[in-house]
Structure formats: structure tokens, C-alpha cells
Design a protein around this ligand. Structure first.
Ligand code: URP
Ligand code: ZN
Ligand code: ZN
Ligand code: ZN
Length: 457
């Protein structure tokens, strides 16, 4: 079975040209002008952009968290991702404190295997670093889990202390992996939450006010410092603000490189949404949305090459689940739905508004994640031999985002009514048309576990 994409504007992180792409089986076999192939299915791409399938390295599917589970399964979450042009996601396995990495890996694999529609991989969140965990690091890397997530917040559930951080980084450094961090100061946040609750300050606004910028800047700096000392490859997830990015700038002054991910919501939404007492819970996530000046910092950071990846931290909860915290912000499950609209929102607000180039768009939605997380060049680019994971986008088509039409298993949209310019028409995953004209063409079980190599950036 072969597919020939004709006359599209093919954009990668470092090229931009009108040409044809020939796909055989799961891979790209030829790229050039005036290609022909007997019997191939031809897709006319005149006027369309063809880009590498998106990689979202920060999603939480069916995750046990704050007394409930995030509402997208591997099936619904990866399907929604495909509709939005994201062909591969990296989810987080959470080690249970007191248990092994292996048992968590088995639990997460059990939920994903046979259910994912799109391709997926896992980070391993180390929530309890001890002599037994230490012995498992090497094995996880051998099995394709080359990145280790740490939480510097959520004490009692996920947080590790600095002693564990040093030990983990030293072990991961020894075996060539990458350490990532949810970099916020958990003790300080817990203190502010307790103070607000004691004062009867219980609305969603106090979620925001319990996590001021300094809590993120301090932890980002501390994470960078320990990483610098141990020499490990370091990546900060969901960085939101100027203070935290300035810590990354500071690290560059001693010739350190700290990789940075932000998420689409931090570029587009701001903390004024928390003033809405009735609906503010929709955007309760950690870290919280910030200010306009932070958005400006993040857009600039992308163009300065300081912000390498735009993910989502997709962690949806139904409105009824959000209502667990209707009388107390600290009980609102943290997270929001985003997996489906990252690419179209960034294209509309970024490329179409002239903030970033199409190449930069490809870099931050796909190529950099593929390199950082060891999937390049199989994923993250358009080249001969690469997986045929491709997005065909109509750059001028308009549509409106709504919970009525999205595919995520969530009964509200964080972007309800937003009009975006640029619509994903067709998505290919490993040589198959996965989505076309709004219809899903592949079924659950098509998504494969992607075994990853070490960082290559
Ligand atoms: O609010 C969030 N971000 N929920 C998911 C867990 C995390 O911290 O990434
Ligand atoms: Zn070892
Ligand atoms: Zn986090
Ligand atoms: Zn997260």
C-alpha cells in the first residue's frame, strides 16, 4: 500500500519547499518534485502545509490523582490527539511510594496496551528514590524509558526531597538518561495553601495566590543547580513564568544547558480567569496560569531558543470531578483538557499572527521533543526512512473550538468559543490515514509503544 502526497508545502525544522512525498508501508521512501507511483493513493496537497506529526511529551491519561482519575483513557486521549495533529504522546508512569518502578510500568502498560489509537511512550516519575529504585534505573533505560520525572511539589504523594534528587540525578547521569522536573517549591506552596484555608479563602483565585512566581523560580533554580553539580541532562516541564526562565538564563552563564518545556495554555491564557468564582476551577492546574508579562517572556523564549518544547500537560477532569473542590480550591483536581488543540492554537496564535515562523512551529511541536526524548529521526521530521507521521494543514481555514465538537473525554473546553485560523485536514500515522475531514480512520490498538533512545540534542 503506498500513498503519494502531491504538491504540498513541506515544512520541517530546517526546510520549507513545495514537493511530493511517497510513502510505502509505514515509512517515507521518497521526497522530491514530480514523483509518481503506480497504484498509489494520491492526496492533493496544493495550498496545504505538510508537517511532521506532533509530539506532545506531557500528557496524563487515566492518571490516578487527587482521589480520582484523569478522564481521558489511552483510547479517547490518543484519538483526540490525532484529531489535533499529535501522532505521538509521552505519558507519565507514577511510581507508588513504597513500590517499585517495575510494578508501576506494568500497571501503566496494562492500561495502554491494545487501547491506544495513536503512538505513545512513557516517562518514569520517580516518587521514591531508594537503594532498590536505584537498581531499576538502568533496566528502565534499556526498555526505552530514558527520561525520569521528578516532582518538587505534591508532598506525601509525589514529591521527592533534594537528597533523593541528587541520588537520582547521579544514577541517571551514569546511564545516560534525562531528568525532568515539575519545578515548584512544594513546602512553600503547602504553607500558603494552609494559610489561605485557615483564613477562609477558598475560591479558585487562592489556588493561584498559593503558587506565586517565586515558588517556581526558586525550585527551577535549585533543580538547575543540582543538575549542574551532577552533570545530568536536565529538562523543566511546564515552565510558566519570567522568574523561572531567568533561572535558566542564569544557568547558561556557567555554560550549562537546561532544556525547557512550556505548555500552550501558558502562552495564551492568563490568571484573570481565576477571578470567575463559578468557572475558575476549569483552569485550576499546577503551576497556575500567570500574567501577560509572562506570556511575553515565553514567546520571546521560544524565539531565543531557551524554550524548546510546547506541550500541553493534558490532564482533563469532568466538571463533576472539578466540583470535588467547589467549597475548597485545594480539593479541585489539578489539570485541564488540551491535547487536541495544541497544534491548531499554536499555529493560529503563533504562525498566523507572525510571532513564530513555520519552522519554529515544527521545532517546538515535534522535532525538539523527538530529539530530546530519543525518537529522532524516526519521529519528529520528514525524511527518507522516517515514520510517515504527517499533518496536512489548511493554513487559512477557520473553525471554532467547542466542547460540543471536540474529541476529548471532557464536558467542557478551556477554549470554548475561540476562533482559530488554520485547520488540520488529514493526519497520517505510520503510513496510514488516521484522521481525515474530521473522521477517525484507525481504531484502538493501532497505537504502538515507542521504545526510546537517549537524548540526542
Ligand atoms: O495541574 C496539573 N499540572 N496536573 C497534572 C499533574 C502535574 O503537575 O503535571
Ligand atoms: Zn546503576
Ligand atoms: Zn506538573
Ligand atoms: Zn503534568
Amino acid at each position: 500500500m503506498s500513498i503519494l502526497l502531491k504538491n504540498g508545502r513541506v515544512v520541517t525544522a530546517d526546510s520549507d519547499a513545495v514537493c511530493d512525498i511517497l510513502i510505502e508501508g509505514e515509512t517515507i521512501v521518497s521526497i522530491g518534485r514530480n514523483l509518481s507511483a503506480e497504484g498509489a493513493e494520491v492526496i492533493d496537497c496544493v495550498g496545504k502545509l505538510i508537517m511532521p506529526g506532533g509530539i506532545d511529551p506531557h500528557v496524563h491519561l487515566e492518571m490516578p490523582f487527587m482521589g480520582t482519575f484523569s478522564s481521558d483513557t489511552y483510547e479517547t486521549g490518543t484519538r483526540a490527539a490525532l484529531h489535533g495533529g499529535t501522532t505521538t504522546v509521552i505519558d507519565f508512569i507514577l511510581q507508588k511510594q513504597g513500590s517499585s518502578l517495575r510494578s508501576a510500568f506494568e500497571e501503566w502498560s496494562g492500561r495502554a496496551t491494545g487501547n491506544a489509537v495513536g503512538d505513545y511512550s512513557f516517562h518514569m516519575a520517580v516518587t521514591d528514590f531508594n537503594p532498590d529504585t536505584k537498581e531499576e534505573i538502568k533496566d528502565m533505560i534499556a526498555e526505552g524509558i530514558t527520561s525520569f520525572k521528578t516532582f518538587m511539589a505534591y508532598k506525601g504523594a509525589l514529591m521527592i526531597d533534594d537528597a533523593q534528587m541528587v541520588g537520582l540525578m547521579q544514577e541517571v547521569k551514569k546511564h545516560g538518561g534525562l531528568v525532568t522536573a515539575h519545578a515548584t517549591n512544594g513546602d512553600m506552596i503547602d504553607t500558603l495553601i494552609a494559610q489561605h484555608r485557615a483564613q477562609g479563602k477558598l475560591t479558585p483565585l487562592y489556588h493561584y495566590l498559593s503558587q506565586p512566581e517565586v515558588t517556581e523560580a526558586e525550585a527551577s533554580g535549585r533543580f538547575a543547580d543540582i543538575a549542574n553539580y551532577t552533570g545530568v541532562n536536565a529538562y523543566i516541564v511546564h515552565l510558566t513564568c519570567e522568574g523561572a526562565l531567568n533561572q535558566v538564563r542564569r544557568a547558561t552563564e556557567r555554560n550549562q544547558r537546561v532544556l525547557v518545556e512550556t505548555c500552550i495554555q501558558y502562552l495564551l491564557l492568563d490568571a484573570r480567569l481565576y477571578e470567575d468564582k463559578a468557572n475558575g476551577a476549569k483552569w485550576v492546574m499546577s503551576p497556575p496560569l500567570r500574567e501577560k508579562k509572562d506570556q511575553a517572556t515565553l514567546w520571546a523564549g521560544i524565539n531565543q531558543g531557551l524554550v524548546n518544547v510546547v506541550g500541553t500537560d493534558h490532564c482533563p477532569f469532568m466538571w463533576e470531578q472539578k466540583l470535588m473542590g467547589k467549597d475548597d480550591f485545594s480539593k479541585i483536581p489539578n489539570g485541564h483538557p488540551a491535547i487536541e488543540h495544541r497544534m491548531e492554537l499554536l499555529f493560529s496564535e503563533g504562525v498566523n499572527k507572525g510571532r513564530i515562523t513555520p519552522q519554529k512551529f515544527v521545532e517546538v511541536t515535534s522535532t525538539n521533543a523527538a530529539k530530546i526524548f530519543g525518537m529522532f529521526p524516526r519521529k519528529g521530521t520528514i525524511s527518507i526512512g522516517a515514520d510517515a507521521d504527517l499533518v496536512i494543514l489548511d493554513p487559512q481555514k477557520k473553525h471554532t473550538i467547542s466542547a460540543d465538537t471536540h474529541h476529548m473525554n471532557c464536558d467542557y473546553s478551556a477554549y470554548e468559543g475561540w476562533e482559530v485560523t488554520g485547520k488540520i485536514d488529514t493526519v497520517l500515522l505510520r503510513g496510514k490515514v488516521a484522521v481525515d475531514a474530521g473522521e477517525t480512520k484507525v481504531s484502538k490498538g493501532y497505537g504502538q509503544f515507542i521504545k526510546r533512545e537517549k537524548t540526542n540534542i
